[in-house]
Design a binder for this molecule. Structure first.
Ligand SMILES: N[C@@H](CCC(=O)N[C@@H](CS)C(=O)NCC(=O)O)C(=O)O
Length: 208
């Protein structure tokens, strides 16, 4: 089996790197320096015409889109317990929060970061950032915690919490107690710590 991961630490690819660390499987990392436009070469554009990371190549199949990649990898390596398989009563809620990460949480944060006016909530897929964060907080309460689906930590938790952590770094995460408490717990995961360590080493200008 061949698993190749096109990566740049200071990007959305960091979510996929964390996912790979959770899985504990062997993979090849191809670092593309976005500052040097290494993601816009003809070779890379032939793989992903969007010229963006993350990208995963599995036995010749190209997968882009962070949420799709995490979903795919969780299914590919079920032994890691990060997927909820078809037939499981939690499969629907699992897909709901995976897609919520990509379809609601991310655009809400990007609009806030770019200081775009929020616009009419009925026309925006995410409604408003407050509504999005409120829905996550409510799910954490209703599931009984500590995660979105209760006890199990899934690829959906990884994506949602990774985006929340990124927003906190960018100082655009309003304080929501349930979310703060969840992030504190998630940050204790060894795979996340190991991913952060490796990404620090890959950052340009990091100490030798
Ligand atoms: N929808 C994609 C977005 C990927 C994306 O925008 N990646 C950014 C880094 S965070 C990128 O490669 N930007 C470089 C560019 O577009 O030039 C996903 O969720 O994976």
């Amino acid at each position: 089996m061949s698993l190749k991961f096109y990566h740049w630490p200071m990007s959305r690819a960091a979510m996929v790197h964390w996912m790979l660390e959770e899985l504990g499987v062997p993979y090849e990392v191809v670092l593309l320096d976005l500052h040097k436009q290494e993601h816009k070469t003809p070779e890379f554009l032939a793989i992903n015409p969007m010229g963006k990371v993350p990208v995963v190549e599995h036995d010749g199949a190209v997968i882009t889109e962070s949420a799709a990649i995490c979903c795919y990898l969780a299914d590919l390596f079920p032994q890691a317990g990060l997927a909820v398989p078809p037939g499981d009563p939690q499969r629907g809620p699992y897909l709901r929060w995976l897609f919520f990460a990509a379809g609601c949480l991310e655009p809400a944060f990007v609009d806030r970061l770019l200081q775009r006016p929020e616009g009419p909530s009925g026309a925006l897929g995410y409604g408003s950032l407050d509504a999005v964060l409120g829905a996550i907080a409510r799910q954490l309460r209703d599931s009984g915690g500590p995660n979105l689906l209760g006890d199990r930590f899934t690829a959906a938790d990884l994506l949602v919490s990774a985006q929340l952590r990124w927003a906190r770094t960018m100082s655009i995460l309003p304080e929501v107690p349930e979310i703060e408490a969840w992030l504190t717990r998630v940050e204790q995961r060894p795979a996340l710590q190991s991913s952060i360590r490796k990404n620090m080493e890959w950052m340009p200008n990091s100490a030798p």
